[in-house]
Design a protein around this ligand. Structure first.
Ligand SMILES: Cc1cc2nc3c(=O)[nH]c(=O)nc-3n(C[C@H](O)[C@H](O)[C@H](O)COP(=O)(O)OP(=O)(O)OC[C@H]3O[C@@H](n4cnc5c(N)ncnc54)[C@H](O)[C@@H]3O)c2cc1C
Length: 501
């Protein structure tokens, strides 16, 4: 690795990767360091929605909602394989928000959107198929549009794009310390093998999410803002209902629960909001959070699942900008920047907050703040596709049909998974394959050696968890023998072992 760059980004979550991509596309020499796996923290533990956030409208965060809805439209066009429309059913619950208020909220939501998706409509739950999973006393509802994604894959594809534009992406590399020496930062880094190296940079970006304060302290230029760390957990259950729609369930405490179709055979339910006690590394779902989520389902669904049904759970930590709100639910989800640029000294940009949905705009705004410190090219990301997103007319269903015709030996569900995950890039590892055997040994249902090699070569996958939980979600179906097969295949691809394995 060369020992100098223009911009050093700390944090390989969606925000750090977004900033690295945008900066590289403007011609800057960029390095990004991530102490674990890309998207190893908050950016793989979200509700995976690309949405304006109906709830933020209720809280009066209009700027955030408008911007997020505009980003929703952009992302569906730039990554049609990875960001897909979703219809959400919102039952009207007697005693909770009245129907006229919900109708008005959705009217505003649609008006603020770019007309990219079908608008909201009333739903007779007593007759509609979407009502079958709900308690019979829920007779009326509304249905509206948003979009869903795979957060970890989105992050990795953004990193991939950054790399293809010249950024050095360095996972498993921790920033230990950064010191200002006049107009340059000198950063001390610890790499995957434990060795240390140093790198100089003209500008440092702290995009360390929940660790923003800690990284700030390591720069000896402690950031002036503060974050509130708010844990949010999800549970995954075998599919609770038929149909491609989601539910937005109102809770008695004023919050809402998302019940989302997940990986064909599962349902994802979340989330909670609990002030984090302890370090972000240790965040895990508590028994109380599990009970809260199950109770929320039991209040409104006919067939209420139990603890024994839970197949997976995960917890993430929201790094929210501390705006002084007493109530964590009401805290602003918008992003805030702090620029520390004393005369003659190298600048530090610190990122607080931000949604998965608004990463592109956050990155553009961050680079805008740095433009007076580094000569750089103009904004460019608004219409640029993400890797695999160059699908003609962004017509994803037509693309899946084309792939099914080209690779008829792929089972339907597998062809859909590969199309969603990789878009047009799936042809890179499927190539001229004419039979399943051409894709190497099967390691896990649907995952062959050719795909694994692609994940290692192009997506920085190093451990079985990288492969089974972040690059794919095949961890949901992989047994011990299959995990071992992936570990062994990674070994053969000579990936240096890390602690996780
Ligand atoms: C429960 C929950 C649900 C959510 N749902 C949604 C949703 O549906 N839609 C939406 O738009 N948003 C959602 N969000 C918000 C979104 O997930 C986050 O805003 C976003 O992922 C934050 O990304 P980030 O890059 O800032 O942080 P992170 O993803 O946490 O990345 C920061 C990275 O910095 C690295 N790092 C830390 N210290 C160092 C160091 N010293 N050296 C090198 N690397 C370091 C960490 O390892 C980490 O990977 C949700 C968040 C949560 C918690």
């Amino acid at each position: 690795m060369a020992d100098a760059c223009d911009l050093l980004v700390v944090g390989g979550g969606i925000n750090g990767c977004g900033i690295a991509r945008d900066a590289a596309g403007r011609g800057l020499d960029v390095a990004l360091v991530e102490k674990g796996d890309l998207a190893g923290a908050t950016s793989s533990a979200s509700s995976k929605l690309i949405h304006g956030g109906l709830r933020y409208l209720e809280q009066g965060h209009f700027r955030l909602v408008r911007e997020a809805l505009a980003e929703r439209a952009r992302l569906m066009a730039c990554a049609p394989h990875l960001v897909r429309p979703l219809r959400l059913v919102l039952p009207i619950v007697p005693g909770l928000r009245p129907a006229p208020l919900l109708r008005f909220g959705l009217f505003l939501y649609d008006r603020m959107a770019a007309g990219d998706l079908p608008g909201a409509a009333a739903l007779d739950l007593a007759r509609a198929a979407e009502g079958r999973a709900l308690l019979p006393e829920l007779k009326r509802g509304l249905v509206f549009s948003d979009a869903a994604t795979d957060d970890a894959r989105l992050t990795v594809l953004v990193a991939r794009d950054a790399a293809e534009r010249g950024a050095r992406i360095l996972p498993r590399t921790e920033l230990l310390e950064a010191r200002r020496e006049g107009a340059l930062w000198t950063a001390r880094l610890r790499g995957a093998g434990g060795g240390e190296q140093s790198l100089t940079a003209r500008v440092l970006v702290n995009a360390a999410g929940p660790w923003v304060g800690e990284v700030g302290r390591r720069t000896a230029a402690a950031p002036r803002g503060r974050v509130r760390l708010v844990k949010g957990s999800h549970i995954v259950l075998p599919r609770l209902y038929a149909g491609p729609h989601a539910y937005l369930l109102q809770e008695r405490d004023g919050r809402v629960l998302f019940v989302l179709p997940f990986e064909e055979a599962f349902t994802l339910v979340g989330t909670t909001e609990v002030a984090l006690a302890g370090s972000p590394e240790e965040a895990a779902i508590s028994p109380e959070e599990t009970d809260y989520l199950l109770a929320g389902l039991a209040r409104l669904l006919r067939a209420a699942p139990t603890r024994e049904d839970i197949v997976w759970s995960f917890a993430g930590v929201r790094p929210l900008y501390d705006d002084g709100s007493a109530n964590v639910t009401a805290m602003n989800r918008d992003y805030v920047f702090d620029i520390d640029a004393p005369e003659g000294l190298a600048p530090l940009l610190t990122v607080y907050g931000g949604k998965l949905t608004t990463f592109r705009r956050l990155a553009e705004a961050a680079l805008g703040r740095l433009a007076s410190h580094l000569p750089m090219g103009p904004d460019w990301t608004a219409r640029a596709t993400l890797p695999g997103g160059d699908i003609p007319q962004a017509d994803f269903p037509a693309f899946v049909r084309e792939m099914a015709a080209r690779y008829p030996f792929l089972p339907e569900a597998e062809c859909r998974r590969l199309s969603r995950s990789y878009g047009t890039r799936m042809t890179r590892f499927l190539g001229p394959a004419r039979a399943a055997a051409d894709l190497g040994r099967r390691l896990v249902a649907g995952l062959g050696e050719a795909e694994l090699e692609h994940l290692v070569r192009e997506e920085w996958a190093m451990t079985t968890d990288d492969v089974l939980w972040r690059r794919t979600k095949l961890g949901l179906v992989a047994g011990a023998a299959e995990r071992a097969a992936v570990a062994e295949a990674l070994e053969r691809l000579r990936v240096p072992p890390t602690k996780e394995d």
